[in-house]
Design a protein around this ligand. Structure first.
Ligand code: SF4
Length: 303
């Protein structure tokens, strides 16, 4: 197994402090509200859960309120999220907490797992997000991030080496933020289809970075090549158009990065001259003069 990034937790938490998603269940440590969000998120996407989560908690603000409600009302409020059986189970759980635990959730994975509808993942998630306990919470995002960062080739399931890696790195003191950060990182940076390796805080240490940056460069070059191949290939206009398209795709790139994209063209079309950084710089100046782009501190933007 390759070396895992040093200072993983502190780097991840620093990234999270700047990039975290604003999600309503992040604003509470009430285990009941955390549980509601976890159950809703099990099979439904975040965007669809957000309005439903607010409406559900407005109608049933406490575990007791949910326990006391007619089941038909609970299902009605759940409608639109799908898998309505989850609503029924959630209410059964609320009733068990209200009747057998005096309205208080157990503060252990084993205790939580005794409640109706709570499996190992949900129990660990409630322990981490409500009680800030160092439990291991592994969803598909977390699994993917650890595979890519520390193992390399992605495989199905939870292998022993992956489990060891995840458990060995779990935060002892900041479990809540650490797991939220991991989930955000997997959902917004190290995404399943197009990881943003260029801007990733781990790109100097990640064992998969070469694989994904090469793939991205090939995708960009192939897209540009396909859309610009014509009789003006190799002309000044051709390269100006290429730069402009690339800046439209991603603003704030360095001139050197734009030159790299242009250079990829040569591997696909040998007759095209290889544009150097100086040439890219000259193209950027021309485009800037025409007010089509703007350069600021060496980075190129649309005006
Ligand atoms: S460098 Fe790329 S593959 Fe590696 S963790 Fe970052 S986004 Fe994921």
């Amino acid at each position: 197994m390759a070396d895992f990034p040093a200072r993983f937790e502190s780097t991840l938490l620093s990234w999270y402090s700047l990039a975290k998603r604003d999600l309503p269940w992040r604003k509470t440590t009430d285990p009941y509200k955390i549980l509601v969000s976890e159950v809703m998120l099990q099979q439904t996407q975040v965007d669809r859960v957000i309005p439903k989560y607010g409406a559900f908690l407005h109608a049933f603000p406490t575990v007791q309120a949910l326990a006391d409600a007619p089941t038909g009302d609970v299902i009605r409020l759940w409608s639109g999220l799908g898998y309505n059986r989850r609503a029924v189970k959630l209410q059964e759980c609320a009733r068990a907490v209200a009747e057998s635990h005096g309205g208080k959730f157990p503060q252990s994975v084993d205790g939580l797992k005794q409640l109706p509808g709570i499996g190992p993942y949900t129990a660990a998630a409630v322990m981490a997000f409500a009680f800030n306990k160092p439990e291991v919470v592994v969803d598909t995002n977390v699994r993917r991030v650890f595979f890519r960062l520390g193992i390399g080739s992605e495989r199905e399931g939870l292998s022993e080496d992956l489990q060891g890696l995840i458990a060995g790195n779990v935060s002892q003191k900041c479990s809540r933020d650490y797991h939220n950060a991991l989930m955000d990182f997997g959902a917004t940076v190290c995404t399943a289809r197009a990881p943003k390796c260029e801007s990733c805080v781990f790109n100097k240490q990640c064992v998969s970075v070469k694989k994904y940056t090469k793939q991205q460069m090939e995708d960009v070059a192939s897209r540009i090549f396909k859309t610009t191949q014509s009789k003006f290939e190799g002309s000044n206009r051709y390269y100006r158009s290429m730069i402009l398209k690339e800046v439209q795709r991603k603003q704030g790139q360095l001139v050197e990065e734009l030159a790299k994209v242009l250079s990829m063209q040569k591997t696909l079309s040998e007759q095209a001259p290889l544009p150097a950084v100086a040439q890219a710089r000259s193209l950027v100046r021309q485009l800037e003069k025409d007010k089509l782009i703007a350069e600021k501190n060496g980075r190129v933007y649309l005006p």
